[in-house]
Design a protein around this ligand. Structure first.
Ligand SMILES: CC(C)(COP(=O)(O)OP(=O)(O)OC[C@H]1O[C@@H](n2cnc3c(N)ncnc32)[C@H](O)[C@@H]1OP(=O)(O)O)[C@@H](O)C(=O)NCCC(=O)NCCS
Length: 153
């Protein structure tokens, strides 16, 4: 394992990001969806964690005025539990703050204990429920918010 670096996502990452999604999510994004955001969407901001040439994590958001709507956060299973997910999201927030983002929101499955714990650690708090949000199994989503003034452990 080389040193993992975290940087703004580039078009050359898209194929590996889509492959990583297949490992991490029940309903992965296609390469076309990543391309629509990373290459074509001025309001999208994505960051990639790379171990040499290998994409091992990423996080993304859509910027709507001063709000950042998190799309996805993923870490390759071999790299989990080493605070990489936390570092990726913190880097995303730093880059977003440079673009005027003051608060962040996301949806998460109540059954996704690792993600809930990560987001709570980052200062997110639950703010509501979207009933039946996930079409694959009808699970509700917890809506979470955070703002840049929140204390981070
Ligand atoms: C959620 C995910 C991104 C976490 O990545 P990670 O790099 O393993 O997370 P970190 O090591 O940065 O963990 C940060 C904190 O989150 C919590 N956490 C992470 N994984 C956890 C787990 N399996 N169980 C309990 N808490 C966990 C811990 O509080 C941890 O801090 P600590 O180790 O100091 O206690 C990763 O598990 C993943 O890719 N999951 C599949 C995709 C997914 O569900 N993404 C979220 C969609 S909303």
């Amino acid at each position: 394992m080389q040193e993992v670096i975290i940087r703004i996502s580039e078009e050359k990452d898209i194929h590996q990001m889509a492959e990583l999604d297949k490992i991490c999510f029940r309903s992965p994004w296609s390469e076309a969806s990543f391309t629509a955001d990373i290459r074509d969407n001025e309001r999208a901001l994505y960051v990639t964690a790379a171990d040499g040439d290998k994409v091992v994590g990423y996080a993304g958001m859509w910027i709507i005025f001063d709000e950042g709507h998190i799309t996805n956060v993923a870490v390759h299973p071999d790299y989990r539990g080493k605070h990489l997910g936390k570092q990726i999201v913190e880097f995303l927030f730093e880059e977003a703050a440079k673009r005027g983002v003051e608060s962040q929101t996301l949806e998460v499955r109540p059954s996704n204990a690792p993600a809930l714990a990560l987001y709570t650690k980052l200062g997110f708090y639950p703010a509501g429920i979207r009933k039946g949000y996930y079409s694959d199994n009808g699970e509700d989503a917890i809506i979470m918010w955070r703002n840049n003034m929140e204390r981070v452990e």
